[in-house]
Design a protein around this ligand. Structure first.
Ligand SMILES: Cc1cc2nc3c(=O)[nH]c(=O)nc-3n(C[C@H](O)[C@H](O)[C@H](O)COP(=O)(O)OP(=O)(O)OC[C@H]3O[C@@H](n4cnc5c(N)ncnc54)[C@H](O)[C@@H]3O)c2cc1C
Length: 495
């Protein structure tokens, strides 16, 4: 198969690339060319998972994670991890990744504003959370400063899980109508490299090396569940494989000398408490973005992905790793609020495999929970004891992740990360009285694998001409809006 633009991964980064290409007048599918007409581009999007209407998590019926094979529907399929996310679009370039460092803050904010308008066109709610309520926000900020924490301003457009699916379904319909070709249930396994006179503007490959003058010509792939492989050729290949593709991309980078640096990995917990505790912050901000550098390690620790009235969820990676996450619906509400507390870790010589490090912590935690997510009451952590199921049942905070296993997360969490989390929770208690209550629930493992940062030029091209990388798998984004905005920039570059 041949095409003009090949996108691997139908997450927000991939689909906003195609959307922007079409919006900029690069319609696809037809013959194109001719006097005064721009050549029409043939866009192919290859996606390991299914179209959005076929994505469904059996847990709704079974009440427990079935560890679906060949892939988890929560993270895989059209719109990637976005479809089952709670659809919180962060409208500030201060949140969602380091992409602004690549292109500059004003350019990043302009892209976010533009991308937000596309979301609105496809049905996003008009209301924006986290603005107004000035007096309440001032009070919260005052307490945060006293506690040594920084409150980051970030307006949020909250789609809600059910609305996010509807919106992405509209985008899927639009792309199909405009002629974008989808290869669903198709997994990219490797890149096809050839030789060319093209030189990379990122970093010329070492003279005399077997990869000198390498260029990406396309990818090798197979239908999920089938052994035989086939090739797809394109002058432009865009890898937008998301967090779940991070591990695969790490191997690809090492195999093909794609220049990258190992970055940060976030290790943390998902915290859940009653809405009553979080009410003031939920009402004023919807999501509180608080950052601190607690003693003694002074690592960056932050809150992330807050879900008022939300549900704690589980996502599974291909290597059977079960990690915890959270989301909230627009209409259906629980009695609890959940949010992540993430502690950032970097490594230097001689160890540079942050993804592998975090995976080991995840595996150990899963092992202690018999393949599930572990949950422990905060008071039990301070008392140095595990939590028992009957103690959990007596608590006023009932876990919304019903198949989480009561136990001891401290047996698997490294000392440094655990200390950071405990000290941060104590500081948060000054901002949100009751946060550090004995009954507050901590779920583990909450891990964010966005560690490999691919070196890119201003066209988002890697050191291998013809190969671009976007979204969470590029290491430059960490959220829906930033990944979508990076896709828009890719579309502009190519359009
Ligand atoms: C439960 C949950 C809730 C979240 N809530 C929010 C939120 O409220 N707000 C927010 O900003 N962010 C949220 N996030 C994070 C957000 O979803 C991601 O940051 C965003 O989706 C990243 O977009 P992406 O396009 O880079 O990658 P993804 O959305 O991960 O998409 C990548 C796609 O590539 C496909 N793929 C991977 N490898 C291959 C391969 N080898 N071949 C073919 N296809 C492949 C995957 O199947 C996937 O569909 C949430 C994530 C989860 C899991």
């Amino acid at each position: 198969m041949n095409c003009d633009v090949l996108i691997v991964g139908a997450g927000p980064a991939g689909i906003f690339t195609a959307l922007e290409l079409i919006r900029r007048g690069s319609p696809v599918g037809g013959p194109g060319g001719g006097a005064g007409l721009r050549k029409q581009k043939k866009i192919v999007i290859m996606e390991k998972g299914s179209p959005i209407e076929k994505r469904s998590c059996p847990k709704i019926h079974t009440k427990k994670c079935m560890n679906c094979k060949p892939y988890c529907h929560i993270t895989t399929g059209f719109s990637g991890a976005g479809a089952f996310s709670d659809g919180k679009l962060s409208l500030s370039c201060e949140v969602g990744g380091d992409f602004p460092d690549l292109i500059g803050r004003p350019a990043a904010q302009e892209l976010i504003n533009y991308t937000d308008r596309i979301y609105l066109e496809f049905g996003a709610v008009k209301e924006v959370e986290g603005i107004g309520n000035d007096d309440n926000i001032k009070d919260i900020r005052r307490r945060a400063i006293k506690a040594g924490l920084k409150l980051v301003d970030c307006p949020i457009r909250h789609l809600g899980t059910e609305k996010a699916q509807e919106l992405y379904r509209n985008i899927q319909g639009y792309l199909i109508e405009k002629g974008v070709e989808f290869l669903f249930d198709t997994e990219c396994t490797n890149l096809i490299l050839g030789t060319s006179r093209l030189q990379s503007s990122v970093e010329p490959l070492v003279r005399g090396s077997p990869l000198e003058n390498s260029v990406c010509k396309g990818v090798r792939a197979h239908d999920v569940g089938k052994a035989e492989h086939f090739d797809v050729f394109a002058p432009v290949t865009i890898v937008a494989a998301g967090r779940r593709g991070a591990d695969w991309l790490d191997h690809i980078c090492r195999e093909h000398d794609v220049v990258h640096e190992s970055g940060t990995v976030d290790i943390g917990v998902r915290v859940e408490m009653r809405n009553e505790i979080m009410e003031e912050v939920n009402n004023a901000l919807y999501e509180s973005k608080l950052v601190g550098y607690p003693k003694p390690f002074k690592d960056k620790v932050r809150t992330f992905c807050q879900n008022p009235g939300g549900f704690v969820s589980q996502e599974n990676y291909d290597n059977n790793l079960a990690v915890v996450n959270g989301h909230s619906y627009k209409e259906m509400k629980s009695r609890n609020t959940n949010l992540a507390i993430l502690s950032s870790h970097n490594f230097s010589d001689p160890f540079n495999q942050p993804i592998a490090y975090a995976q080991k912590i995840g595996e150990l935690t899963n092992m202690l929970a018999n393949g599930h997510i572990l949950v422990q009451r905060y008071g039990d952590i301070l008392d140095g004891k595990r939590t028992w199921q009957d103690e959990l049942e007596r608590s006023s905070v009932q876990p919304t992740l019903s198949d989480a296993v009561a136990g001891d997360i401290t047996s698997a969490m490294p000392y440094r990360a655990m200390t950071n989390i405990i000290n941060f929770i104590e500081a948060l208690d000054m901002v949100v009285p009751g946060f550090a209550s004995a009954e507050t629930l901590l779920y583990s493992p909450e891990l964010k694998f966005y560690s490999n940062r691919i070196k890119l030029n201003s066209s988002l091209e890697t050191n291998i001409p013809g190969l671009h990388c976007l979204g969470d798998s590029s290491g430059w984004t960490r959220g829906l809006m930033m990944a979508s905005a990076m896709g828009v920039l890719m579309g502009r570059v190519l359009g």
